[in-house]
Ligand binder design. Sequence first.
Ligand code: GLU
Length: 517
Amino acid sequence: MSSRKIRVRFAPSPTGPLHMGGVRTALYNYLFAKKQGGDFILRIEDTDQNRFVKGAEEYIIESLKWCGIEPNEGIGFGNGPHAPYRQSERKELYRKHVEELIAKGKAYYAFDSAEDLDIIRKQWEAEKKTFAYDSSTRLNMKNSLTLDALKVKDLISSGASYVVRLLVPENEEIHVQDIIRGEVNVNSSLIDDKVLFKSDGMPTYHLANVVDDYLMQITHVIRGEEWLPSAPLHVLLYRSFGWESVMPQFAHLPLLLKPEGNGKLSKRDGDRLGFPVFPLEWKDPESGEVSSGYREKGYYPEAFINMLALLGWHASGDKELFTMEELIQDFTLERVHKAGAKFDPEKAKWFNEHYLRLKSDKVLAAHLKKIAADEFGLKGDDHRLKDEFLLNAVRLLKERVQFEHEMAEKGVYLFMAPADYDRPLIEKKWKPTHGGFFQALLNSLSGMSGFSAAEVESVFKETAAAQGVKPGEVLQLLRVFVSGQGGGVDLFGMLSLLGKEEVLERLEKAMSTAVSV
Ligand code: GLU
């Protein structure tokens, strides 16, 4: 088995937008495959027609592309040797395989109608028992084990509705060896005769999943913890088909938990606490309801991926910041945790902040230019649309934002004079005696020839000293008069960037409208 090429798959069902937990499953599969020089496959598991949601498949593909998790084979990424990769297009394969199981005596036709089963269930319930279709009951039911062969043939050719069930052996030990969880043992008597093939001619998830993993030569099944209870049944299916020697190894990933740590992270937590649980924005095709996405919220894919990688896995050292390439190098399934991973929205922002700082000033300046034009309405040869101004603005803003779009909110006063001021702050800080200082400051600023941050700062300090005012007393007032706000980017850097004329104009306006001198 060790000589087989590593092949893993991500097998989502197109039942809605991909949850970030699903993206993490795809990511761990991808990292594992890349590290070993293996293949990563995308398979769409769409056998449950009732749960099919329009647009979900496209959403999955677009999400993986945005994240940089590119499969080697699969829908949307170029077909490989095992096409088709959409289960609804593989129906004949499942039928063929289920017939093989029946011929081997490992599965059987069952003709019990939904109503028959309902009646039996109710009877059992009345006796405080739970009905299971298994070795203890199957011989009392209407199936190819109890009906004679001719009758079975007759029923099938006359178009009677039937399902195919797995003949689960009685009292056999089933071992599931899980790379993350160790050995899980289950007695087969606890498993009922699961339906493998439904009356609508479609396989169930279990059959299609196992048949495809076998045919696609999957070596490792890496998936969410919610599938752990199905693993013994899957082992049994491999056994029934006689495929045990090529059975994949299993690794069940821990759940993503709410920020409070209790329970599975859901869309409702995101709505409640204001963070996305989906990689991209999603509009429900039925209700029209829009759910927010990391991409639209301004997260960089590299930040999203770095954050997800560490939700349930730890690196070999203390390092927290990883490029995809570094993740591939360091990733092992052995370091995936058993316990659920608590999601921390603040940490997600922290990762974005880090990746923003790594962006070149030029890239951020281009974004700022767009904001200046689209949001602040600057046009033509306005000097604030020029590289020099924009690059300096970026240098001031870069350390103060976590997202590119925040440069608009936090940097508005670099582009526009304040429409109003933080009045409560002025009321708190302003004393009539400050009037003299600000008049003197206006004078000394207007006499300056250079206007660098350092020059403005020393003129400010000299003026304060000459006026007998402590710099700390008037510093924030100066800021609020020029920017309208009590906090923000480096004050003297901002003044220097705005330039002498603009600063004088803003200060004069503030003196005449915001305070009584
Ligand atoms: N279709 C299943 C899902 O939506 C796949 C589970 C598996 O990976 O086996 O999660």
